[in-house]
Design a protein around this ligand. Sequence first.
Ligand SMILES: [Zn+2]
Length: 365
Amino acid sequence: MSNGYFKVEMPKNEPVKAYLPGSPERASLKKELERQSAQVVQVPMIIGGKEVWTERKTKAVMPHGTTTVIADPHELVNVKGNEAMEYILDAAGDAPLGIYVMMPSSIPATPFETNGADFTAEDMKQWKDHPLVLGLGEVMCYPAVLSKEEQIMKKLELCKGMVIDGHAPGLSGEDLKAYVEAGVMTDHECTSFEEAKEKCLAGMKILVREGSAARNVENIVPGLVKEPEFIAHFMFCTDDKHLDTIENEGHISYNIKKSIQLGMNPISAVKMATYNAAKTYGLNDIGVLEEGKDADIVILDSLESVEVHSVYKQGRIVNTEFFTKEAKPVNESMLHTVVLKNISKDKIQVKAEGKIPVIGMIPGQ
Ligand SMILES: [Zn+2]
């Protein structure tokens, strides 16, 4: 480098405006917000190639402000293997919103399942370098990791250097250390701040989940409010959130809203939802507003209410016209995979005498 000469142009910033009350830039911004608020549009969301319409007419153009998702198509691949991977990557590449994919790691999730397809480390090789593939999906079979079973170790080895998501409810102590040592980087199954903190101190990044069934924000965020030094290692996720719950309460926007209600500084909550997540998954073009990066912008009515006013994806406003492209039809072979033959009460009856073990449910977990 000693013979190199560089002539770097001085960067020229656009004038920084203050948007002070009474200033012309504030007046023009207000006028534009009012113009957009006056528009009534119905917003479709495209899931699995189908348009899902929000019944509610809303002034917000994209209802919940999520511009990028990272999906683990475990259920699809569990049934259709490589064909499903091909389908999801094709659909993701075509979708107007950002969709990245993790390769499902645990097909099947337990040896007791009778699933439809295999998805081995050998299968993963063909997808690993796809630009939309970020790494290995939640490693659910943590007992297999702890006992170093060959298949899962091969998958972990193959995905070294990529993101490896975990799934380890309640794992702690030496077992947790061994799980992290094997390369697993995140966990979204924490149900208390203590559990999340232990995993974080073991080197993991934590996704605080709020879905349709499992709801963990209330049990984790108050701890983060007390010990904010951990926030840099925390993000949000939904895991499984049904369309009706999304419509009723929002998506990641709901995790933010609830965290603020629980006392979190709004800037920290937004940072967890944007910057921290983008950084963890190596998505360098999003998560921060900077010259040269994607203009994925969510405009909120206020930082207190966190109502989404409007959404921009790569600089384009997300409204009905945003979704003009017709979704490709789903391959016939991907459909009708669940075949139920006349189920009757007596066929699913458990015949037993005396006490039998059953699985209980903890509401919200
Ligand atoms: Zn999980």
